[in-house]
Design a protein around this ligand. Structure first.
Ligand code: ADP
Ligand code: MG
Length: 367
């Protein structure tokens, strides 16, 4: 984990010109970093105060609601009065460093733990008054493998189906579809313990899907997977969501799942310290995107003249390129392409750079 100063350094380094620093001016850079650190420090505590005191507003589409939920284990306060809405049909990402309470939130949701205070509602009804329904509607894949190594893939899925109280016929009708979905049909007769890690993760997923749940809950489904397998797993989750399943997924890696999620909640120090769409969160911290442009002619006057000044924060020349800092990147890119076409300008390079949410996460969850 980087310290705050290191985090700020990383965050602002691509933006040095915004702060009026040239690349070579190390001293000035230190001074600005110090100033930013101090102002963030102040803002952050105010935001945290607000997050704790302001009432949470739920959306119409929230199918699950955590309302003022507190959970402690003995003297260990894990969740302090958290509220969170989970929208139907969407993917919600719960992000937090290890030990921040992600698994606890999921276990509260399936009714495995009871909150010390507060309520958890599914479709407006308490999940505790509704536990049969919950079992039928929720699919849960835990952080550690839950399948049995000595059973085959198919036997595992059937076994879980029975635990969910499904009839033989229902399982017979659905097992093929589930095996195909997680791409395990060709190894269905193999013992689960003999499969690769990536396949074993998919066995777990299949076990959580056999009863065709409306809500799929996945606790760190990409942990221990290498890059390719992570990507495959995220694609699979995306596909499952597209079939209409609401997905709740946890991870300690924000960058990994930010593109997958419609809504993100960052948990830290017993609270939800940020919530919103990835774009919302990004915009709260970074007001400007960068467009890097290189024209073959090296002449940028015409293009720059075509911009509406109010969309532009700053334009910086770097070697043969210009970097445009803008609050309206889509409009600026359209305008660049338009002019280039009209004036027959050849574009060597054009790139939109969005600030990385992970840097915000590292900063927010600093110890
Ligand atoms: P995460 O999933 O984000 O890594 P957890 O929800 O597993 O975090 O744990 C959050 C905190 O709650 C940790 O301090 C952990 O030790 C504690 N905790 C979780 N489950 C239990 C339990 N059954 N008994 C006691 N403490 C627990
Ligand atoms: Mg966990």
């Amino acid at each position: 984990m980087v310290d705050l100063k290191e985090g700020v350094k990383r965050v602002i380094s691509p933006y040095k010109s915004l702060f009026g620093i040239k690349d070579v001016e190390e001293e000035k850079s230190e001074e600005v970093i110090e100033r930013v650190v101090q102002s963030i420090e102040k803002e952050k505590s105010e935001e945290q105060k607000q997050a704790i005191t302001k009432p949470y507003s739920f959306d119409k589409e929230d199918v699950i609601q955590f309302i003022g939920v507190t959970k402690r284990f003995g003297n260990n306060l894990v969740l302090n009065n958290i509220s969170l809405g989970i929208p139907e049909g969407k993917i919600l990402g719960l992000i937090g460093i290890s030990g921040s309470g992600k698994s606890t939130i999921l276990k509260l949701l399936i009714g495995f733990y009871r909150p010390n205070k507060g309520q958890i509602l599914y479709n407006g009804k308490s999940i505790f008054k509704n536990s049969k329904d919950i079992r039928r509607t929720f699919g849960f894949s835990t952080q550690d493998n839950c399948f049995y190594g000595k059973l085959t893939v198919e036997e595992n899925i059937r076994y879980f189906g029975e635990l969910y109280g499904l009839t033989r016929q229902f399982i017979d009708n659905h097992i093929e579809e589930v095996l195909n979905l997680v791409q395990l049909n060709y190894v269905k007769d193999k013992l689960a313990e003999n499969l690769s890690t990536g396949m074993q993760r998919r066995v777990d997923l299949a076990c959580a899907l056999i009863h065709d749940p409306k809500i799929l809950i996945l606790d760190e489904p990409t942990e221990d997977l290498d890059r390719m397998l992570r990507k495959e797993m995220l694609n699979l989750i995306h596909q499952i969501n597209k079939r209409g399943t609401t997905v709740i997924i946890t991870s300690h890696l924000l960058w990994e799942i930010e593109h997958l999620c419609d809504k993100i909640a960052i948990i830290h120090d017993t609270n939800i310290i940020e919530v919103g769409s990835p774009a919302d969160i990004r915009n709260r911290y970074f007001k400007y995107d960068e467009i890097h442009l290189e024209l073959a002619s090296d002449n940028y006057d015409k293009i720059i003249r075509s911009f509406n000044k109010k969309d532009i924060k700053n334009i910086v020349r770097r070697h043969h390129r210009i970097i445009i800092y803008t609050s309206n990147p889509e409009k600026i890119i359209h305008s660049i392409l338009d002019i280039a076409k009209k004036k027959k300008e050849k574009i060597n390079h054009i790139e939109l750079r969005k600030p990385n949410l992970d840097e915000i996460f590292e900063y927010l969850t600093k110890k």
